[in-house]
Structures are given as C-alpha cells and as structure tokens.
Design a protein around this ligand. Structure first.
Ligand SMILES: Cc1cc2nc3c(=O)[nH]c(=O)nc-3n(C[C@H](O)[C@H](O)[C@H](O)COP(=O)(O)O)c2cc1C
Length: 207
C-alpha cells in the first residue's frame, strides 16, 4: 500500500496553480491505486518556524536537556515532519518559484528535514543520503519560462535547489510537472496548465 505525502506551499489558496496541480497529481495517483493513503501537509497554512537561535539548539545542535516549552514543541514538530516524510513512498510537492527560488515556507519545511542521522549522514567518503527509495513529484509553477530558454535557465534556483537538496537526502527519482509562463497572459497560462495536465497523464503511464 503506497503512502503518499501531499505537500503544498503556495499561500494563494484556490487561486494557486501549484495547488491545482498537486491536487490533480494526488487524485491521479489514488485513482491508479485506490488503497493508497494520503497525508496532507500544508506548510503555507502552518509554516514551520524559521531556524532562529533558540530553535537551532534543539533542531540542529542536538541539545536535549533544559529545553524551554517552545524548544520542546519545535523538537516534537521537527520529528513529526521527519517521520511523515521518511514514511512516505511518494511525496508530491507544490513548489512555486518565488524570486528565482522557493517560498520561505517550503524552505522552512526542508530546513526541518535536513537532519544528520535521519535524511543524510557524513561518512569518510563524504555525505550520504539516507532517504532514498522514494519517488518525489514536484508541481513547479513559474511566472516566466525557464526550461526552454538557455539564457534564463541559470536563474532557476527553484527546481535546481529542490533537485540538489533531495539528491543530498539520497532521492534520485524526482519528476517535475511544470506550469511555466503563468504570468505571461491568460493564453500562456491556459497552455501551461494544459501541458501540465498532459504530463500528469504521462506520469501514470510511466509509473
Ligand atoms: C512573491 C512572488 C515571487 C515570484 N517570483 C517569481 C520569479 O522569480 N520568477 C518567476 O518566473 N515567477 C515568479 N513569480 C510567479 C509565480 O512563480 C507563479 O505565479 C506561480 O504560479 C506561483 O505558484 P502558485 O500559483 O501556486 O502560487 C512570483 C510570484 C510571487 C507571488
């Protein structure tokens, strides 16, 4: 039984393109395998706090004694986010491009997942990912078009970053379902959404 983790990060609710796409992807996955379970994690509605000094002590530096109530809560949240991520066979992530990168809420979620001993470890040969074996499907939304324009490809720190950090966790099965040119007028937006819908169909054929 496949466990699906459905992560959204756009704050735009029903107007969000990436939310529309992640919903379609999850719907298609469940249609293909009705016994699959889905856990939803909305990091825009409930954003993990940024790693300030108090949180770093427990979330990254391993302090476990004399914790403040906030530190205890945040440690528990970090472990819950990690357990949920590690338990998933398929992770569907809605990732808008924001200022050439990703929304701060999505980054805050990833900052909780990046834990030595859980998603990666350092060995004598260098870092090793510990979260391999899962499939990640990313619904990528962008106002401009980057994938087919070599002059702009270098500005993409959104998909490039996600691929890098997931690779660092040992995850190599990463698929991008892309809706680009969302800010280039209604026609371009419709075309992008139709293209993404086709890619979602293809996703299941390929699965
Ligand atoms: C704060 C903000 C920053 C953005 N930065 C970029 C950008 O750097 N490049 C780009 O192509 N589009 C940019 N966009 C457009 C979004 O990537 C695009 O509208 C996308 O569809 C947003 O996903 P959503 O509809 O799921 O919220 C930005 C949008 C917002 C709201």
């Amino acid at each position: 039984m496949t466990k699906i983790l459905h992560v959204d990060s756009s704050p735009l609710g029903t107007a969000s393109v990436t939310r529309q796409l992640t919903a379609s992807i999850v719907e298609a996955l469940v249609k293909a395998e009705p016994s699959a379970t889905v856990v939803a994690r909305d990091v825009a509605a409930n954003p993990p706090a940024h790693l300030d000094g108090e949180l770093l002590q427990v979330v990254k530096l391993g302090v476990v004694e004399g914790l403040s109530p906030r530190q205890s809560e945040e440690l528990a949240l970090t472990n819950a986010l990690l357990d949920e991520f590690l338990a998933a066979d398929v992770v569907v992530i809605g990732a808008p491009m924001y200022n050439f990168s990703i929304p701060t809420q999505l980054k805050a979620w990833i900052d909780r997942l990046a834990q030595a001993g859980r998603t990666f470890r350092y060995t004598e040969k260098g870092p090793e990912g510990l979260a391999g074996g899962k499939r990640v499907i990313i619904a990528s939304g962008r106002g401009g078009v980057y994938s087919t324009n070599p002059a702009l490809a270098g500005l993409d720190h959104q998909e490039a970053y996600l691929r890098t950090v997931l690779g660092f966790f040992g995850i190599t099965d990463v698929t991008f379902i892309r809706a680009e040119g969302i800010g280039m007028g209604p026609e371009a937006k419709d075309k992008a959404l139709a293209g993404a819908a086709k890619e979602i169909e293809g996703l299941l054929v390929a699965a």
